[in-house]
Write a protein that binds this ligand. Sequence first.
Ligand SMILES: C[S@@+](CC[C@H](N)C(=O)[O-])C[C@H]1O[C@@H](n2cnc3c(N)ncnc32)[C@H](O)[C@@H]1O
Length: 325
Amino acid sequence: MSVALAKRNLTALSQLRLFLYFRQTRLLEFMNTDMPGRRVAQTFRDAATALASLSQSAPRLEAELLLTEATGWSRTRLLAWPEAYLDTVAAARFEALLARRLAGEPIAYLRGRQAFWTLDLKVTPDTLIPRPETELLVEIALEVPDPDRLRVVADLGTGSGAIAAAVASERPHWRVIATDCSAAALAVARTNVRDCGLQNVLLLRADWLASIVTHSLDLLLANPPYIAVADPHLTEGDLPYEPRLALTSGPDGLDAIRRIAGTALRCLRPGGLLAVEHGFDQGNAVRQLFRDRGLLDPETRRDLAGLDRVALGWAPPISHGGQSQ
Ligand SMILES: C[S@@+](CC[C@H](N)C(=O)[O-])C[C@H]1O[C@@H](n2cnc3c(N)ncnc32)[C@H](O)[C@@H]1O
């Protein structure tokens, strides 16, 4: 199914959901009464019921998040004061947000925020929505031995800056280079780096490793696009709303990983580590690809769901010039 067709189907589905929602809440009837507005508890219950029809959603949590977004209230305040009335501005804002969510727009784009690691990051439709499984790359970075030593790390295809910001926040004495070819994504990453108060992240617009100095990196992290261009899953969930540039990479999804692995040895210091996220069914292919490009001891790490998720490979400990780590 094409993305356009999927979006049309989503729109039809969302109209049905919206109709059911309005019928259920008797919104018109409510607007003609003298009541000061809708109560939080009722709004929350009706929205959670409507949102339950969206696949992959956590309806109660999403209803809460949309309500906090619309009212500016904290979750604690909403939960502690369910009998409170929404004012008309908040109610209108909430209805608009709910309608967009029911049409399929990702909740992260509606709120403009996404939690990642310990951070609350800005996201826009120019950036991928950071996923929980990508935190594995951060964990791998933090496992590097002798963490007090200055390390130079690159996060390729940084998007919102999630990986770079998480690593930089945990290791303020490391230097983190974050690259992306998308100027719009880099602008979001810049905001996140600034808002997180990070002084140790350098943002660069670059085509993968093109701007990285030879043998300068201890650690090379990447969550590149890795979905095959014709993958039918691209029409599902949040994917139709996310940038294609962040998702797809050639007929088998591995073009970007091939390019990164192909230049990694030029950029890594002797003994340096390359860690790349990939699809759950790409573990064997990526390990082989690492081996073919001279990376040592390729291994696969699994995510919390037990799925193959990140491939690791090391640069040889002695460089051609005889320098050791
Ligand atoms: C899967 S997203 C990852 C975003 C972020 N690192 C994360 O984990 O949430 C891949 C990123 O790679 C970027 N990208 C795609 N092609 C690129 C290229 N040739 N050079 C640099 N970055 C690229 C996209 O713009 C996108 O931000």
